[in-house]
Design a protein around this ligand. Structure first.
Ligand code: PLP
Length: 383
């Protein structure tokens, strides 16, 4: 007997359809100079300071005195300490509250194993599709939150046990303010619910008053689990390293259960990737990451200006590398085809992220400056 919920993933997949259409268009027009604003992947390589640290980690593996084997189920101690110090210096999170993983795609789904299958799960519409599809893979159902006109989730009246919040958000690109997060923490505390807070894009925040961590909100440590990945900041999308924070306020029993679960389900992230992640906190690496993010952020501002001038409704692009651009009354597949066929620009149809994205496209600023400028020139031409 198959997991019937897995079949829902394909049914909801306008993402696969858009990839197929782009592939067919490329084959039919081999000379077309196609530019992609669709990719969620980074375009800068991993900084050399980090790759040097990974080379050194490889050498460690080849000598008996420094060889690393099984055992670091929740991450090597030096990395967990570096995370606590660098990412949570003033927020009082210790290495014991950090669990290193091999990517937030994995972590955002596997955390559900801590909770009973009967828990009611709430996600945004639109949202990062893995929250929904990962839950299906674990045979769980999800509900979609009502959202405001900027696609921000509204605190529900009814009870949910697990709430996914992504801030800054993929796909819509906006970030929750301190007050908005406070109302979610109040809800979770009142309802004894748990917030799974995905902060993968926190390094892109530039607005005043937008928290970088949910733990900046009083009361959140007993109801929120925070996720972070090195994929977008340190360009680890192929290297694979992430972490989650399970604060001690959840209690000893929860930690013991999660440790037991992890020892039985995961043998730890790659030692080499973890040493690379640790090196991302070196001053030279931090500086390189800062410059890369600055470049993506400038791409985002350029795209935002261009889409606004072209008459689109635009959300995001200030605190995240994504923009959600909308043409009310136009179906997203029509918009997708227009960009592909008339402008040779690849985008992602908004319905790939949920039904409320049906009149939108997700635009990524993670491409190169050259491609971003070329795309803006072409979009400018339709004014
Ligand atoms: N969370 C969000 C919101 C993302 O957009 C992505 C990747 O695009 C991930 C998690 C996955 O990150 P990772 O590469 O660590 O699996």
């Amino acid at each position: 007997m198959l997991n019937e919920r897995l079949k829902r993933i394909e049914k909801e997949g306008s993402f696969s359809l858009s990839i197929k259409m782009a592939k067919e268009y490329r084959e039919a027009h081999p000379d077309a100079e196609i530019v992609s604003l669709g990719i969620g992947d980074v375009s800068f390589p991993v900084s050399e300071v980090i790759t040097e640290a990974m080379k050194k980690a490889c050498s460690d593996l080849s000598s008996p005195g420094t060889f690393q084997g099984y055992g670091a189920y929740w991450g090597i101690e030096s990395l967990r300490k570096a995370i606590a110090e660098n990412d949570y210096g003033t927020l009082d999170i210790s290495a014991e509250e950090i669990y290193v993983g091999d990517g937030t795609k994995t972590d955002s789904t596997s955390i559900l194993e801590l909770f009973d299958p009967s828990c009611r799960i709430l996600v945004g519409d639109p949202s990062y599709p893995i929250y929904r599809n990962g839950a299906y893979a674990l045979s769980r159902d999800v509900s979609e939150a009502e959202c405001d006109e900027n696609f921000k989730m509204l605190v529900p009246k009814e009870h949910y046990d697990i709430i996914y919040i992504c801030s800054p958000c993929n796909p819509v690109g906006n970030a929750y303010t301190r007050d908005e997060l406070r109302s979610w923490v109040d809800y979770a505390s009142r309802e004894h619910a748990v917030i799974i807070y995905d902060g993968v894009y926190r390094d892109f925040i530039r607005s005043e008053g937008v928290p970088r961590s949910i733990y900046e909100i009083p009361g959140s440590k007993s109801c929120a689990i925070e996720l972070y990945s090195y994929s977008k900041s340190a360009s680890f999308s192929g290297t694979r390293c992430s972490y989650m924070v399970l604060p001690k306020e959840f209690g000893k029993e929860v930690h013991a259960l999660w440790r037991e679960r992890t020892m039985n389900r995961f043998n730890g992230a790659s030692y080499v990737a973890q040493k690379g992640a640790e090196a991302s906190y070196l001053p030279e690496a931090k500086e390189q990451i800062r410059k890369n993010i600055e470049c993506y952020r400038d791409n985002a501002l350029l795209l935002k200006k261009t889409f606004l001038s072209a008459g689109f409704g635009v959300v995001g692009g200030t605190d995240s590398p994504y923009l959600f651009v909308t043409k009310p009354g136009t179906d997203c597949m029509t918009l997708f085809s227009f960009f592909l066929e008339e402008l040779q620009i690849i985008t992602v149809p908004g319905s790939a992220f949920g039904k409320r994205g049906k009149e939108s496209l997700r635009i990524s600023a993670l491409g190169s400056r050259k491609d971003t400028e070329e795309a803006c020139r072409r979009i400018g031409g339709i004014l």
